[in-house]
Design a protein around this ligand. Structure first.
Ligand SMILES: [Zn+2]
Length: 344
């Protein structure tokens, strides 16, 4: 029996990995006989798969953004279905999760890029009043990994998937800071497991740069391990820290939609510096993976960057985000100036 998707964002200590299916042109095979289905996608990924489907979907949802109002309006236009397939990157997968939750139907995710780990995680990232909010706990039935789809994607958008893994380098440091200052409890089992995953990422850095099948598989497998860690330890501390809060603040202030992994790359660079946490090594690891962390890549001018950094402390306090380096480090205009020079 399929598990019922839950409205509330929760951690599931009994978390089990979705079934992972590897292979080319299997998309029609994931649709079971008699199943009515809808698709959440974007134009580019949809054009890659549309001719491979031998049965027409009841509805195709093209995702424009993940604002609460948009998501709810789009979901309402979907008829009752048995299956929803998310095809593309993070927004397609989050939209598919939202449809699955409302229709209580089976969910299959088909990543064609890795802009974030949304194809694997159970929570749904939506935007409410410009701020990121996670809702729901959705059970993904299957993830279809078709390397031929990744091959057609811009390499950059696959490599950036490493952002939601390298974020752990910053997040673990923040977790230590919080536990030292009495704001959170450390879970050393989760901490040690995450450290090992970071070593695995480092070992695979050239596979990721070259977007080989092994590199793509490694990203997916590490995502799954982080999902397991979060569900078992009851916190996202091992993977989400100040680099994510930086990303959320940039989105909030600029009101622009920027690829999640790209925001994280800049956030990781900024926070490794503020944490004094293997800064040079972290930058060279990103360079080895072919990830461009410069602030220009997320369209931040010197003034906009200063605005974000000087607003960060207020932003995390108001948003109730985890205690991190942002709460402890004094960020003044000299720090901002210095960082902007290094990261442009
Ligand atoms: Zn993320």
């Amino acid at each position: 029996m399929r598990k019922k998707h839950l409205e509330d964002f929760i951690y599931d200590p009994k978390w089990q990995s979705p079934e992972i299916i590897y292979g080319e042109d299997l998309i029609s095979k994931v649709i079971r006989p008699g199943e009515k289905y809808a698709v959440a996608t974007m134009e580019i990924p949809w054009n890659l798969v549309r001719d491979k489907l031998n049965k027409k979907p009841e509805k195709i949802i093209f995702v424009s953004d993940m604002h609460k109002e948009t998501v709810e309006k789009l979901e309402k236009s979907v008829p009752q279905i048995d299956l929803v397939i998310g095809i593309g990157g993070g927004s397609s997968h989050d939209m598919a999760k939202h449809i699955a939750l409302r229709k209580q139907c089976r969910l299959v995710q088909v990543p064609t890029i890795f802009s974030s780990d949304a194809s694997v995680t159970n929570g749904i990232g939506i935007r409410k009043n410009g701020k990121v909010k996670y809702i729901g706990h959705v059970f993904i039935d299957q993830i279809l990994m078709d390397f031929s789809l990744f091959e057609k994607a811009p390499k950059e958008l696959v490599r950036l998937g490493a952002g939601d893994i390298l974020s752990s380098h910053i997040a673990l440091h923040d977790w230590k800071t919080a536990s030292r200052s009495g704001f959170d409890k450390m879970n050393s089992r989760a901490y040690d497991k995450a450290k090992q995953l970071l070593l695995r990422l480092k070992k695979s850095r050239y596979e990721i740069r070259n977007v080989t099948e092994k590199g793509i598989k490694t990203i997916l497998e590490i995502y799954l391990e982080y999902a397991r860690i979060a569900n078992q330890s009851g916190t996202d501390r091992a993977q989400e820290g100040s680099e994510h809060f930086f990303a959320y603040a940039v989105e909030y202030l600029t009101k622009r939609q920027i690829v999640h992994g790209q925001l994280l790359a800049a956030g990781i660079a900024v926070m490794a510096y503020l944490q004094d946490n293997a800064f040079e090594e972290t930058l060279s690891l990103m360079e080895d993976m072919g990830i461009d962390y410069r602030l220009q890549k997320i369209g931040l001018s010197k003034d906009a960057f200063a605005e974000v950094l000087l607003f960060l402390e207020e932003f995390v306090q108001e948003g109730g985000y985890y205690y991190s380096v942002i709460n402890e480090k004094k960020i003044d205009s000299a720090v901002v100036k210095n960082l902007f020079e290094i990261l442009s």
